[in-house]
Design a protein around this ligand. Structure first.
Ligand code: ADP
Ligand code: MG
Length: 624
């Protein structure tokens, strides 16, 4: 029987005890996963060395495709190919006012489902598919189970959208360490939170232009906390609009009228490629069937002017909201693939009167910041202060007249507990409705309802005599607990809030069932990873032994052992657990023999006694 290994105190532990945190940027257009490896935040790639996973899910008759393979079906089979599912997360049907090609099902108050050939699918389930792909990518790349993940969300996401994101992670067995605001993640990636020499508060602007969305956030870093001062943006402004403007220009150049869908799609691809090339070249040639032209950076700047201008207008508004001038911004960070366009960088530089930070790849920066936070949260980071998380929106309850009493204001660091006293409104009132809401508005009707519960059994008293203490408690995971206690009689009631976004009972049940389905796959994945880790450990141990004692083997024996070792190493690249186990068995035949030889020699040696020189030589061997 193999002995269990115990690591030396203070030494890094065996891979088994290694805690792995990953950072996930679950984007509208593209998603990424990253992890801190040997102290460096690193994007994890798939087998084809791709970093970006297009956020696209396609349902075939009996399979689910995610990413690049799904992308091929966007124009061919739109209703079974979901793009930009992030726009639907935690939204009710009534919230969805933008154009989309999908058939949705559900009542106005519910988060709707997409009707696909595999039945109806909620946004949570579809996002879960993207998360599952990223989780598997991470496990493959790291050869290890994932302890937990930090997932980024836009700063303006409300509790329902955040909860939907958490639920998606839960469906695939991903432990969410924290949801992190995307702009905060970008600031962390640049280490803006580690600048401890600066005592004063710092203001940062994060300009994020992605594929189809624009977000600008103003953050203040103060006493170890990033506070969101203001956010703004546009839910339909991004790289796709730039592509459309280029297409329009090219059609004018070529004097083309309306194009067939296929040709139109082709021209969009050409425009996109030209735009992306122009970030490194001053001019590009463009060929579309018999037409030919060229495009340079100055022309591109003119063509995309409408997009650039609109983003700067939003920046102006947001700075005004934050009550800051451009000069008071200490750093500007560029995020999102579209900020690679030089004309965009110029516009940002001019507006903020400073060189924006863009040394970190703008479509990777958010995932990298999330990875740094994840690494800290699983307890791996020795240095750096851990950022506190804050409540994204204010939490409060309804008081008379449909007014909101804020109990925990927005941007309060969590965990937090706040207590406030309330009283009855009527003489003889024996019950009280506690209506918990979230939002920044003063009227209940403008805020989002999180929960309602009743405190009953209040002894009849004159109005205003009862003392009801209501406690709001947000734990480190962001879960809200509300309790109410009438202090003269000690009657109490409480509720734990999983903020609702209108999931029906039926949906909840179905999601649970599907959770079991994923659990099966998760179990298989875990077994595979465990087998791999075990085999890897065997290989390492054997290699170390060979370095010292290979001379004990005949040339032929050494040859056999080494080739069995190679075969095992080779199988580790596959996902086939049977093959790996077989290779381990095969190796065992030779390695056991070798182990026996070593044992004999060591007993021999021990009987003779070890001379100091031998011991020293042995140590040197080990150090090699
Ligand atoms: P999202 O945050 O919406 O998921 P990304 O940050 O990944 O999106 O940005 C995707 C957009 O970035 C696409 O419109 C793509 O064309 C654009 N993009 C990628 N590379 C470049 C480049 N080199 N130059 C200009 N735009 C680019
Ligand atoms: Mg993004």
């Amino acid at each position: 029987m193999a002995l269990l290994q115990i690591a030396e105190p203070g030494q890094s532990s065996s891979p088994h005890e290694h805690r792995i945190g990953i950072g996930i940027d679950l984007g509208t257009t593209n998603s990424l996963v990253a992890s801190v490896r040997s102290s460096t935040p690193t994007i994890l790639k798939d087998e084809q060395q791709h970093s970006l996973l297009p956020s696209v899910v396609h349902y075939t008759e009996d399979d689910i495709l995610v990413g690049d393979p799904a992308k091929a079906f966007i124009s061919q089979d739109p209703s079974n190919t979901i793009v930009s599912v992030k726009r639907f997360m935690g939204r009710s049907k009534a919230d969805i006012r933008f154009q989309h090609p999908y058939q949705l099902e559900g009542t106005d108050q519910e988060m709707p489902s997409f009707i696909t050939r595999q039945g109806s699918k909620t946004p949570v389930e579809i996002s879960a598919q993207i998360l599952l792909t990223l989780k598997q990518r991470a496990e493959n790349a790291l050869g290890h189970d994932i302890t937990g993940a930090v997932i980024t969300v836009p700063a303006y996401f409300d509790e329902a959208q955040r909860q939907a994101t958490r639920d998606a992670a839960k469906l695939v067995g991903l432990n969410v360490l924290r949801l992190l605001n995307e702009p905060t993640a970008a600031a962390i990636a640049y280490g803006l939170d580690q600048n401890s020499q600066i005592a004063e508060d710092q203001n940062f602007a994060i300009y994020d232009l992605g594929g189809g969305t624009f977000d600008i956030s103003i953050l203040r870093f103060s006493k170890g906390v990033f506070e969101v001062l203001a956010t703004g943006g546009h839910t339909a402004l991004g790289g796709d609009d730039i592509d459309r403007l280029i297409v329009k220009y090219l059609k004018q150049q070529f004097s083309l009228g309306t194009l067939a869908n296929q040709q139109h799609a082709e021209l969009i691809q050409i425009a996109k490629a030209a735009k992306e090339q122009l970030t490194t070249e001053t001019s590009v040639d463009i060929q579309f069937h018999q037409y030919h032209t060229s495009l340079d950076q100055n022309q591109l700047q003119d063509i995309i002017q409408p997009v650039t201008e609109r983003t700067i207008q939003v920046c102006q508004r947001v700075l005004r909201d934050a009550k800051l001038k451009a000069e008071q911004i200490n750093a500007v960070i560029l995020v999102g693939g579209s900020t690679r366009t030089l004309a965009i960088q110029d516009a940002v530089r001019n507006y903020f009167h400073q060189e924006p930070l863009c040394s970190i790849n703008p479509d990777e920066v958010v995932a990298l910041g999330a990875a740094i936070t994840a690494n800290q949260l699983v307890g791996n980071a020795q240095d750096g202060t851990l950022l506190l998380d804050v409540t994204p929106l204010s939490l409060g309850l309804e008081t008379m007249g449909g007014l909101v009493e804020r109990v925990i204001p927005r941007n309060t660091p969590i965990p937090v507990s706040r207590r406030q006293e309330f009283t009855t409104y009527q003489d003889g009132q024996t019950a009280m409705l506690i209506h918990v809401v979230q939002g920044e508005r003063d009227l209940v009707e403008h805020c989002r309802t999180l929960a309602k519960f009743e405190l009953r059994g209040i002894p009849p008293m004159t109005a205003g005599a009862a003392r009801i203490e209501v406690t709001f408690q947000v734990d480190a995971d962001g879960l809200l607990n509300v309790s109410a206690l009438e202090t003269t009689s000690n009657v109490q009631a409480h509720i734990t809030i999983k903020p609702s976004y209108g999931l029906s009972e039926k949906d909840t049940e179905r999601l649970l069932l599907e959770g079991f389905k994923f659990a099966e796959q998760d179990k298989k994945d875990r077994q595979l990873q465990e087998t791999k880790v075990e085999a890897q450990r065997e290989i390492e141990a054997l290699k170390q032994a060979l370095a010292v004692d290979q001379h004990l083997l005949s040339a032929e024996e050494a040859e056999r052992l080494n080739s069995a070792l190679k075969i095992l190493e080779h199988t580790l690249q596959d996902q086939d657990i049977d093959k790996i186990e077989q290779a381990v068995e095969n190796l065992k035949v030779y390695s056991d023999l070798f182990a026996a030889m070593r044992m004999n020699r060591h007993i021999d040696h021990a009987l003779k006694g070890t001379r100091v020189e031998d011991w020293a030589a042995n140590q040197q061997d080990k150090d090699k």
